[in-house]
Ligand binder design. Structure first.
Ligand code: 4FM
Length: 235
């Protein structure tokens, strides 16, 4: 998967992808990440301005259409053989969940557009953006962290990225449920024992217990997910 990230703050990405799973995916060439500074496309050669006041007189600034469209057109040209999808990260977008993450695995290239200020000009959105996605119902100061979230959530599902040691199949949300409580050694920690079934060696019973715990956790903490799960699995 090719990720092209368009941002006004490229330095926020230094270090973000240089450890652990993303680092390994980059080394194995399962993904490639390119960061581009929207400011480089400004036609204002003197001050390289990228923002302007909104029509209608609201507070705050918008990113000017010109540098943004320039950056997007350039990214589309670079990746054209992969038919890249242009994604704008903003609180107005469709809410990200694991199902949406999975569906993006079908793409060969993503152009991730990081917003700043009060957003972008709607005409750029209409003409160049394929999907507007939000990572959650809260407002951040920019789309950079959401872009990192997208890269991370997608990359760990690409075949060959995760080893057996940290495979995705027991993750929360993998099967529509939260994952069950987990324990590691020692068997007794500060007077608290590991649930007995887990040390019983009885594989079928362990699986059954884990399933029950997953369901209990999901019902209590995320009734919304439980309702969806029941619908799909006809529980
Ligand atoms: C804030 C972008 C306001 C545009 C931001 C405007 C965000 C989110 C986010 C910063 N992005 N999910 N939540 N971006 O807050 O994706 Cl107008």
């Amino acid at each position: 998967m090719f990720f092209d990230i368009l941002t006004l703050f490229p330095s926020m990405f230094t270090g973000a992808f240089s450890d652990s799973i993303i680092k390994r995916a980059l080394e194995r060439k399962l993904i490639s990440i390119d960061i581009h500074d929207i400011r480089d496309y400004s036609d204002d050669l003197k001050h390289k301005t990228v923002d302007d006041y909104p029509y209608g007189g609201n507070a705050g600034m918008l990113i000017r259409p010109q540098p943004l469209a320039g950056a997007i057109k350039d990214a589309k040209e670079r990746l054209k053989e992969f038919k890249p999808l242009v994604i704008y990260l903003s609180p107005q977008g469709e809410l990200l969940n694991q199902q949406l993450v999975k569906s993006l695995l079908d793409e060969k290239a993503l152009i991730l557009l990081c917003g700043r200020y009060k957003g972008i000009d709607q005409r750029v959105c209409d003409k160049y953006v394929d999907r507007e996605i939000s990572i959650g119902d809260y407002v951040l100061s920019g789309g950079e962290i959401p872009a990192m979230v997208m890269v991370d959530a997608i990359t760990r599902l690409i075949p060959g990225v995760l080893g057996n040691r940290d495979s995705a199949e027991n993750d929360s949300h993998f099967n529509g449920l939260l994952s069950c409580p987990q324990y590691t050694r020692p068997e007794v920690f500060e007077q608290m024992s590991v649930p007995e079934v887990l040390v019983s060696g009885h594989h079928a019973k362990i699986l059954q217990w884990q399933k029950e715990q997953s369901i209990e956790m999901t019902r209590k903490r995320r009734p919304d997910l439980w309702e969806k799960y029941k619908e799909i699995h006809e529980v």
